[in-house]
Design a protein around this ligand. Structure first.
Ligand code: SF4
Length: 222
């Protein structure tokens, strides 16, 4: 059985999006296919990681109790889709996938095992990544039938065109958009007043939008 590199496994409280406050087991996969400007996650396979096969990881996950779900996170967990296909049928917990929503075909391979998709929409103004909408569009198309919401990290550079494009995507697939102000450490990179103004701009175009900052940063937990 193939092994995969896991950066860390830990219990914590979900700090982002509509499931904020739920206790989860986080399984962080090494490596990512993007390089967002604001990324503060240590996911490289330099330094510390553990290597596990699907049975070993499933046994570990199944030994945890009193958690809402297992968050597959990274890095980008869909880079390990072949491994996940072997792992997930062995896991007896609800599965919550955190993804950058660019690997639509990989998602299809594990879709039957996923309960909740937390998908990013990458704004060029915040991430430095150009042309991500076409990847997100394909990704959300493949998410049909699975509970899905989109997280949008933004800063003071967000443009009206970006707001428009996000709302088009949201409306096309009926998904809730979660606006998440970029953070500098445990401080928001924009003022509460600015964030509220951006929420209003979204709401002028699409009704299913919420503003939820990263709560775990305020709690000083992972
Ligand atoms: S997709 Fe996520 S993990 Fe990858 S670089 Fe961007 S913020 Fe970091």
């Amino acid at each position: 059985m193939n092994k995969v590199k896991i950066k860390e496994i830990f219990e914590s409280i979900q700090g982002e999006g509509p499931y904020v406050g739920y206790k989860q087991l986080f399984v962080r996969f090494c490596n990512c296919n993007l390089k967002c400007n604001y990324c503060d996650t240590e996911f490289s396979d330099n330094g510390n990681y553990i290597e596990l096969n699907p049975c070993e990881l499933a046994d570990k996950i199944n030994s945890y109790n009193n958690i809402h779900s297992v968050s597959l996170t990274g890095g980008e967990p869909l880079l390990s889709a072949d491994f996940l296909k072997e792992l997930l049928p062995r896991v007896n917990k609800k599965i919550y996938l955190e993804t950058n929503a660019t690997l639509a075909e990989k998602f299809v391979e594990i879709k039957p095992f996923i309960d909740i998709v937390s998908a990013d929409i990458k704004l060029e103004s915040a991430t430095g990544i150009k042309g991500s909408y076409k990847f997100h569009d394909k990704f959300f198309e493949n998410c049909r039938g699975v509970e899905t919401f989109a997280k949008i990290v933004f800063n003071s550079n967000i443009t009206d065109e970006e707001i428009y494009s996000c709302c088009i995507l949201g409306r096309k697939y009926g998904i809730e958009l979660i606006l998440q102000p970029e953070m500098n450490g445990d401080v928001m990179a924009v003022t509460a007043e600015f964030a509220s103004k951006i929420l209003d701009k979204f709401l002028e175009k699409y009704e299913k939008v919420r503003l939820i900052p990263q709560v775990h940063k305020f709690l000083s937990i992972r």
